[in-house]
Ligand binder design. Structure first.
Ligand code: SF4
Ligand code: F3S
Ligand code: FES
Length: 248
């Protein structure tokens, strides 16, 4: 059965805006994005929202629903009480372009800063041979849909704009871990993870893992193992001795 829901939606451009109240029809089986689309169709034709697949796979419709990062297309209206007021705002960590759409180019910049897959120079494409067991651990990270909700929720940049230059965010620290676990990647990623991409800023709050719509265990399976690899390097007696000898 349909009912009328109370929605409070962020409207505005750039840094200026305010929450606007709407009462809007909801039908059985709908998700928050359906209701946003009905708002566009009936009451707010200029309401900006980014979306694409409506199937939880493109990562475009990230927003904050009642203060929590969620995919609009995967958040069922049936998870709320009919009497609830549902507040929908753009992701807070990135600059707002208009209404629910923010500028996520921070993430593309960080992606570019990570050196790509680097195979050994004597192995040509087509000659890579790997067993499933070799890629078992890092395969989980390939489920990422780049919704950037993990980067949005991480307090290191959510509350500290000044850290953005030095911190790649969980999504891209996970990418470094993925490449470091790849049997054919020969790039040295450990020092860079710590010194250039800000792995040390992560204090394992696990908020990133909590919001991941693909249920990737970002902290336990990527960030903590990467921290351990960095520490192993630092405290490995052979590496320590090598540093002593060659840095003199
Ligand atoms: Fe989104 Fe999860 Fe990928 Fe982060 S790791 S961008 S939360 S899918
Ligand atoms: Fe941030 Fe995730 Fe670490 S939320 S602090 S990157 S565990
Ligand atoms: Fe593609 Fe929501 S519209 S994930």
């Amino acid at each position: 059965m349909g009912y009328k829901a109370k929605f409070r939606v962020w409207r505005g451009e750039g840094g200026d805006g305010k929450l606007e109240d709407f009462t809007v029809e909801v039908n059985e089986g709908e998700v928050v994005l359906d209701v946003i689309h009905r708002l566009q169709a009936t009451q707010a034709p200029d309401l900006a929202v980014r979306w694409n697949c409506k199937a939880g796979k493109c990562g475009s419709c990230s927003m904050e629903i009642n203060g929590k990062p969620r995919l609009g297309c995967m958040t069922r209206m049936s998870t709320f009480e009919e009497s609830d007021t549902i507040t929908v705002t753009p992701m807070r960590t990135f600059p707002v372009i208009k209404d629910l759409v923010c500028d996520v180019s921070f993430n593309y910049q960080k992606a570019r800063e990570i050196p790509s897959f680097t195979p050994p120079s004597d192995v040509r494409p087509g000659e890579y041979r790997m067993q499933q067991i070799d890629v078992e651990r890092s395969q989980e990270f390939r489920k990422c849909i780049e919704c950037f909700m993990c980067n949005n929720v991480c307090h290191v940049i959510r509350d500290h704009e000044e850290n953005k230059t030095n911190f790649a965010g969980p999504r891209f620290l996970m990418r470094i871990a993925e490449l470091d676990m790849h049997p054919y990647d020969v790039a040295d990623r450990k020092d860079a993870a710590q010194e250039e991409h800000g792995l040390g800023y992560c204090n394992i709050t696990k908020c990133c893992t909590e919001v991941c719509p693909e249920h990737i265990k970002i902290t336990d399976n990527a960030l903590i193992p990467m921290k351990e690899r960095v520490v192993d390097r630092k405290y490995d007696p052979l590496v320590w001795l090598g540093n002593k000898i060659f840095r003199r």
